[in-house]
Design a binder for this molecule. Structure first.
Ligand code: ADP
Ligand code: MG
Length: 330
């Protein structure tokens, strides 16, 4: 369904000089720097797959999505989606795809949602039958009815995201691009949005690419993940491999009286082979697999020996997984 070959995107930016004089100099300067946002990425995605496209902030995820949707043209390399080159044929391509950008709505701000859908029906030339069938399905999974008559600008973020999802799906596209579709949502809405995405994929076989910061999105929706960092692909494979090694890792950051450090915490490593200890910004981090040992166990043991001022517990983040991949631990 999707084939990406040696994809690159470079942004040319005016060289920046510091200060006010610098700003003026930058403005007139012909010097520029080049940012490689996407740097030689290749992958293939099959019909009906949901692939998680993940990486830290600024890794190049949105830039890749924008090229796949045809909004941006690659500097070099090639993309083929459903037999077409998206940036060469934007109008044709639009019929095949749906897009949700979590940070920015695709809907008409002042129109009531119901009119937005009527307009989309016309734009995509959807038959009455198909339209009604899909609206019924979308209403069931996204519960749009209560705010169908409200202008988009009056919707809450959660309502707006559900509406955006429905709008991206109304013409039954073959591919849907979801760029941070759960960003900023509360836990309950997140869960609804995930369920809806899953049902769309199951009922209609829609191919999906999902970028996210939330590992729970990935865990619920994807079997396969592609990880990028600094524009480069660093992992393409099973989620299970990553998950068994790191998905269940938890970190506890501890602060001690008298700045006690790593040395004094070493004893904790004897409790379980998954435990690692290191120092970070005046805190001692204890990392462990939560399937083997509980946070309470660890905290209890440490408190029994040392004067703990404060502690916080944190689940593994995408950033940490990326770090581990660099250390060749996957
Ligand atoms: N229009 C642009 N002009 C210049 N630099 C850009 C532009 N769009 C993105 N970038 C840069 O390219 C890199 C990748 O950005 P992006 O694809 O938005 O990352 P992500 O979505 O993974 O957070 C970042 O360093 C970003 O600052
Ligand atoms: Mg982005």
């Amino acid at each position: 369904m999707i084939e990406v070959q040696h994809l690159k995107k470079e942004f040319k930016m005016n060289k920046k000089y510091p200060g006010f004089k610098g700003a003026i100099k930058s403005f007139f300067s012909k010097e520029y720097t080049i940012k490689k946002a996407v740097d030689d990425i290749s992958f293939k995605i099959n019909d009906g797959e949901i692939v998680g496209y993940i990486g830290a902030n600024g890794a190049g995820k949105s830039t890749t999505i924008k090229m796949m949707t045809g909004i941006l043209t690659p500097t070099s390399g090639k993309i083929i989606v459903n037999g077409k080159v998206p940036y060469e044929n934007r109008q044709e391509n639009a019929k095949d795809i749906g897009v949700v950008f979590g940070q920015k709505t695709q809907l008409w701000w002042d129109l009531p949602l119901s009119e937005t859908f009527s307009l989309l029906k016309e734009i995509y030339n959807i038959s009455d039958n198909q339209y009604n069938e899909r609206m019924k399905f979308l209403n069931e999974i996204l519960e749009l009815e209560p705010f169908m008559l409200s202008p988009v600008r009056t919707l809450s973020l959660g309502q707006r995201m559900r509406a955006d999802l429905a709008a991206a799906f109304i013409h039954n596209p073959k591919v849907i691009y979801l760029d941070e579709p759960t960003i900023g949502l509360d836990v309950v809405v997140k869960d609804n949005v995930r369920k809806a995405i899953k049902l769309m994929n199951e009922n209609y076989g829609t191919t999906m690419i999902l970028t996210t910061h939330d590992l729970n999105d990935i865990e619920e929706l994807c079997n396969r993940i592609i990880i990028i960092d600094n524009g480069k692909l660093i992992y393409d494979g099973d989620l299970t491999d990553i998950k068994t090694k790191y998905g269940y890792m938890t970190n506890i950051a501890m602060q001690f009286k008298n700045n006690a450090d790593i040395e004094k915490c070493r004893f904790i490593k004897e409790l379980d082979s998954s435990i690692e200890v290191w120092n970070e910004h005046h805190k001692t981090i204890i990392s462990f697999n939560k399937n083997n040992i509980s946070s309470t166990d660890i905290i209890g043991k440490v408190m029994g020996k040392l004067d703990v001022l404060d502690f916080s517990i944190k689940e593994t983040s995408i950033e940490e997984i990326v770090k581990k991949i660099y250390k060749n631990e996957v």
